[in-house]
Design a protein around this ligand. Structure first.
Ligand SMILES: Nc1ncnc2c1ncn2[C@@H]1O[C@H](COP(=O)(O)OP(=O)(O)OP(=O)(O)O)[C@@H](O)[C@H]1O
Ligand SMILES: [Mg+2]
Length: 303
């Protein structure tokens, strides 16, 4: 046995991303078991994380995506229990989960992010004014959701109204963002280092849930096709953006490039997908790190 003590992988949970988390957790479990780590899977929908210490666990791998797992809540529980856990701490997790506050921090640090308007449930919203302010095409997202859940591309005022109402099903705060017309990239981060950039390409109108998890036609390019200068630029941008929201250890920053060549930060993920097909494992592989080695590196960095 490698001396990491008794390890719990917390997964599942009750967020809208439960299904993805179940897959991430199982893949991590297989990888760690193969490396003789003493590890168990704990679905936090069934077992409260408050019990982890008395159950004898000494270290926790967080494989929960979305609210409750990626937003500082479980991180706070584990801090209180005095159990080391993987990934970002309370502040970085909470801030990165909130796309509106993340953008506010990035703006204040002069980091590039698309123009946006934020709206709250119950507030009177002037939809046509927002359309004229942001342009002919806008993108609507719940402030704290992942896996493209509750998100839509919108081209007129009526669609905007419907999209915002749909996004309010997932969060009381909603972000309406200028549409970025161009390719999409993701930068994976591991222990202070940016991994090779991946370019994602979908035939769908954007990289939605279907394109992420169901479609066979989504294309991933790594090497991403950017010039060395541009790739190094967005790797640095991602590291700065990650640091700005107080995130650390491992994660992923999503970026788009507009038709004018300018890069814009979309969002920070502090517990990105960890199935064998996910983006961080893909980037790690391009750097010579297997899924098992990646999983172990994340676990060993638990604090
Ligand atoms: N302003 C925008 N313009 C164009 N497309 C966008 C914009 N914002 C988001 N998208 C599209 O929607 C997808 C999901 O957006 P985003 O990455 O912000 O949310 P997410 O669901 O939290 O992602 P993840 O699954 O990576 O956690 C992006 O991958 C991109 O394809
Ligand atoms: Mg994303």
């Amino acid at each position: 046995m490698i001396n990491l003590g008794k390890v719990a992988i917390v997964y599942g949970g009750e967020s809208a991303e439960r299904e993805i988390s179940l897959k991430s957790g199982k893949a991590i479990f297989t990888a760690l078991s193969e490396q003789n780590v003493d590890v168990d899977l704990i679905d936090t929908k069934e077992t409260s994380p408050l019990l982890l210490k008395q159950m004898g666990y000494q270290r926790v791998f967080i494989a929960l995506h979305g609210r409750g797992g990626e937003d500082g809540v479980i991180q706070g529980v584990l801090e209180s229990l005095g159990l080391p856990y993987t990934g970002s701490g309370v502040l970085g997790s909470a801030l990165a989960m909130d796309k509106i506050r993340t953008k506010q921090v990035w703006q204040s640090c002069q980091l590039p992010t698309a123009k946006y308007v934020s709206v709250k449930k119950g507030q009177k919203i002037d939809f046509s004014q927002i359309m004229s302010q942001l342009g002919d095409v806008v993108f609507v997202k719940p402030a704290r959701e992942g896996s493209s859940i509750g998100m839509s591309r919108v081209t007129d005022v009526k669609m905007l109204e419907e999209a915002v109402s749909n996004a309010f099903e997932f969060d009381e705060s909603v972000l309406i963002e200028q549409w970025i017309n161009g390719p999409e990239y993701t930068v994976s981060i591991l222990n202070g280092q940016a991994l090779p950039v991946i370019k994602m390409k979908t035939q769908r109108s954007f990289y939605d849930y279907e394109a992420k998890y169901l479609s066979n036609s989504t294309e991933y390019a790594c090497p991403c096709g950017l010039s060395d200068v541009d790739e190094i630029y967005i790797q640095k941008l991602a590291l700065d953006a990650f640091e700005a929201v107080g995130a650390d250890t491992w994660g992923r920053i999503d970026i788009m490039r507009d038709a004018d060549g300018q890069f814009y930060l979309l969002e920070a993920n502090t517990v990105p997908g960890m199935t064998e097909k996910s983006l961080v494992p893909m980037a790690a592989k391009a750097n010579g790190l297997s899924f098992s080695e990646l999983t172990m590196a994340i676990l060993q960095a638990a604090k």
